[in-house]
Design a protein around this ligand. Structure first.
Ligand SMILES: [Mn+2]
Length: 459
């Protein structure tokens, strides 16, 4: 390209003639001097007005300038009521005014997120889960330097689904649904915010996952989860960072459990789902080729076959029909007990919590939540919808009740944003499920810290 220096020179000269009143360090607004004609007289010009408070503008004098004599102090029968005292100066600070001092124009605290000056943080930045810091978790050179305690990762995979596709868009759907999660303190726990608890929690983004070959895709998810757990922990006693995965169809739990197994040994799976997912691959999709035998209805069968599970696993919210008469028998062989969806009406939330806790004891626990454990009224965009499920409140109460368990990993899966409502019901609910399970990891660590402290001071 040839530059026309003559044109460039002309532009530069013109620009240099534009004068500004900006002086570096000066706090006044930048004003270009565009030859504003001087005022000849005041006729037709706008009169200067004193800024009026918003409430005063809308309702007349509201807090300011209210005199006792102007307040109606008569009761309906005309008797004089007690005179009100004068309004405390403290209320004058509550008046909303447009006479507002903007921050310094170089003040970027609210823009870069280092300080919350106004609301609006929900919409800032690139949406990571709950606005967590993004970390590059897949560079072996950073395993030592990039330290964290808990990592969120997405698994954009849906080619193991037997009914509704779309869960490959789940991870980012859940991230969008999580925008109001942080900074947020729990209503149900005193002074508790999992993202401001001293543990370092990051979002590792999603590894690339091929939509064209399930064997390669599941291996990609496995290698990504394995790499995350190779990082050094920062402020926890965890032997490796714990991983929480955003699905993805339910097949993704298989590579995630495989990676967790490498650090913690066989895990007790707490499986919230309307379906067993331990189905014999011969009956569920695998009776033609082996390739088909690994899917979102058989991954727990395979996890058991490969020795990744302890025999103290449990399902909860089961209600999907069994394809064969021997499904429960096979399920028991895979190490599972079952809580049916309608059991909650008989034994209540506390009964469900007790049954789960008794089953898994103090073993290493992996919690996986298929959003179809909840009713389609709460989470309509799941892979295989089953009516008659739990409400989101019931599921969240059960999850919170699992406090104290040794949760080493977890996931929430089968969120298919293309089938969600415009109100993002499924994505927002799934993000709350993720928040609950991550909280269990944090609370257990805090309890351990408190215990150590008690021992130290001899109590
Ligand atoms: Mn499932």
């Amino acid at each position: 390209m040839i530059f026309d220096f003559k044109i460039l020179f002309t532009i530069a000269t013109a620009l240099s003639k534009v004068k500004t009143s900006y002086i570096p360090g000066d706090n006044s607004q930048l004003v270009l001097s565009c030859e504003v004609p001087e005022k000849q007289n005041n006729v037709g010009s706008v009169q200067e007005t004193k800024p009026v408070g918003l409430l005063d503008a809308l309702y007349g004098p509201f807090f300011d300038n209210v005199k006792g004599s102007e307040v109606n102090t008569l009761s309906p029968n005309g008797e004089s009521k007690i005179q009100p005292g004068s309004i405390s100066p403290v209320y004058h600070h509550l008046t909303v005014t447009d006479d507002y001092q903007y921050p310094d124009k170089d003040d970027l605290r609210d823009i870069n997120g280092s300080s919350v000056l106004y609301r609006g943080g929900e919409f800032g930045g690139i949406p990571t889960f709950a606005h967590l810091r993004y970390a590059n978790c897949y560079d072996p050179e950073k395993f030592e330097k990039e330290q964290f305690d808990i990592a969120v990762v997405g698994a954009p995979f849906d080619s193991g689904v037997s009914y509704r596709p779309g869960a490959r868009f789940g991870p980012n759907g859940i991230r969008m649904g999580s925008r109001r999660l942080a900074p947020a303190y729990s209503v149900y726990r005193d002074n508790f915010n999992p993202y401001d608890s001293g543990l370092s929690i990051v979002d590792c983004g999603d590894p690339p996952v091929t939509p064209l070959d399930n064997r390669i895709a599941l291996d990609q998810i496995y290698r990504a989860n394995r790499a995350i757990a190779k990082h050094k922990t920062k402020n926890s006693s965890f032997k490796a960072p714990k991983v929480f995965t955003l699905g993805g169809d339910h097949t993704i739990t298989l590579p995630a459990i495989k990676a967790a197994y490498e650090n913690y040994g066989p895990v007790s799976v707490i499986h919230f789902d309307s379906h067993l997912d331990t189905w014999n691959p011969y009956y569920f999709g695998g009776n033609v080729t082996e390739y088909q035998s690994v899917n979102h209805g058989t991954y727990l069968h395979w996890a058991h076959e490969k020795g990744l599970l302890s025999d103290t696993c449990i399902h909860a919210a089961i209600r999907g029909p069994y394809p064969g008469p021997k499904d429960v028998e096979h399920d028991v062989k895979c190490g599972f007990d079952r809580i049916l969806a309608r059991d909650i009406d008989k034994i209540g939330i506390d009964g469900i919590i007790k049954k789960i806790k008794d089953r898994v004891g103090n073993s290493a626990v992996y919690i996986t939540v298929d959003v179809d454990s909840m009713d389609p009224a709460n989470t309509p965009a799941s892979g295989t919808v089953e009516p008659g499920g739990w409400t989101s409140r019931e599921l969240l109460s059960v999850l919170d009740g699992l406090e104290g368990l040794n949760v080493v990993g977890g996931d929430v899966v089968e969120v298919s944003p293309p089938f969600d409502t415009n109100a993002e019901l499924t994505s927002i609910t799934a993000s709350q499920v993720a928040d609950s399970i991550i909280s269990l990891m944090v609370i257990r660590e805090q309890e351990k810290g408190n215990e150590a402290e008690r021992k130290e001071i001899g109590k």
